[in-house]
Write a protein that binds this ligand. Structure first.
Ligand code: AOF
Ligand code: ZN
Length: 375
């Protein structure tokens, strides 16, 4: 029994490793890997490589070099039961003569949820569920949020000095963290569909917001700029630097018709989400913006500040995960900006308390991660 569990976990781990091969390419679909085992040996493997391509299970069956009839398939997500971009994997598994399927987690997609496992069991296949379920849920935390809440998974990333500043009082911010931490951020940019900053960050830093990875091609994210009155200059790097993804300007009805026309002419997607208080537009309604991003099939957003946008994002309750880098530097300065500005909580008991906190080290920097919403 114990050895069975160890074996199940070993092969499920392999399926999840394979799944990661699709990072950044499968959005808004999940990361899925599959292996087929015969007599304790892997005889076929596959993963979902890119949106629209074969699902992991179908890829594994196709890649098999020898007979897989009677084999056991390990897959980190319940096999699908629907005709979507591809035919149902559950049917393909039955037809391939697999006799046992080990699944890490049920599919939260309402089109599938439970039905895939039902097809397998009805065909007499032995189905084991829940092997490395927590790990599988973490691997697909983006997909779970996106498919069940119909909004993107939002990661708020901050980088601050030991005394809690994201720049010196002069505004200089290059760099807070070291090279290793910054590479890690680029690997997250590589994974997510969108990267979002406020207009103040664009005006101050003029970032390109592309993905730069050492030694391999990075996959850019859609760049989302929150700019309620359309102040962004047409010369901003985000519009003029080479990228395989476009720019979304998240704005309000306050933007002038002329500016809107100029931006549309540059190929920018304009999304209007007015936040209104007492009949006045006060800014971008970030919850409405997330609804719009969902419609554009953006399953995940890396929020890279600054402090005003971060405060607003927390207030709107759109943040799912926080990644906070702390670098052992002390810069001081009463006017130096901090990761979260805004009005803040009045009492410490009202502070946002992160859950499932973990800590990782990148040279001398420390990364603290935690979750805001639990679902
Ligand atoms: C994937 N890859 O390996 C598996 C998926 O968009 P479609 O038609 O390809 O279907 C996507 C759904 O299929 C997805 O939401 C999930 O429920 C299920 N499984 N999807 O993209 C895979 N196994
Ligand atoms: Zn499928």
């Amino acid at each position: 029994m114990v050895t069975n569990l160890v074996m199940h976990e070993k092969f499920m781990m392999k399926a999840m490793e394979l799944a990661k091969g699709g990072e950044g390419r499968t959005n808004p679909n999940p990361l899925v890997g599959a292996v087929v085992v015969m007599d304790g040996v892997i005889v076929a493997e596959g993963f979902h490589e890119m949106l629209g391509c074969a699902h992991a299970e179908a890829a594994a069956i196709k890649n098999a070099k020898s007979d897989i009839r009677g084999g056991t398939m390990y897959v980190n997500l319940e096999p699908c039961s629907h005709y979507g971009r591809t035919p149902p994997c559950a049917d393909a598994i039955v037809q391939a003569g697999i006799k046992e399927v080990v699944v890490a987690m049920e599919d939260p997609n309402p089109k599938v949820s439970g039905r895939g496992i039902g097809i397998l069991r009805d065909a007499g296949i032995n189905v084991i569920t829940g092997v490395l379920e927590n790990e599988a849920k973490k691997l697909n935390e983006i997909f779970i949020k996106y498919i069940s809440k119909k909004q993107p998974f939002v990661i708020m990333k901050t980088a601050m000095t030991l005394d809690g500043k994201i720049a010196a009082a002069t505004g200089d911010s290059k760099w807070i963290t070291g090279e290793k931490s910054r590479q890690h951020v680029h690997s997250i940019r590589n994974r997510v569909a969108g990267i979002m900053v406020g207009i103040n960050t664009v005006l101050k830093d003029d970032p390109s917001l592309t993905t730069r990875l050492e030694g391999k091609m990075g996959i850019d994210s859609v760049r989302i700029i929150v700019d309620s009155s359309g102040r962004i200059p047409l010369e901003a790097k985000v519009f003029n630097i080479q990228s395989d993804k476009g720019v979304i300007l998240a704005t309000t009805s306050k933007i002038s018709k002329d500016k809107e026309a100029l931006l549309l002419n540059k190929g920018v997607t304009i999304v209007k989400a007015d936040a209104v208080e007492n009949g006045t537009i006060t800014g971008v309604d970030l919850a409405k913006l997330m609804d719009e991003l969902y419609k554009l099939e953006i399953d995940s957003v890396l929020l890279e500040g600054g402090g005003t946008l971060n405060a607003s994002a927390l207030q709107y309750g759109i943040v799912d995960k926080v990644m906070s880098f702390v670098s052992p530097k002390i810069v001081g300065g009463v006017g130096a900006p901090t990761p979260v500005e805004g009005r803040g909580a009045e009492l410490m008991k009202d502070a946002i308390f992160l859950k499932d906190v973990s800590i990782e080290r990148f040279d001398d920097d420390i990364l603290i991660e935690g979750y805001v919403n639990n679902y």
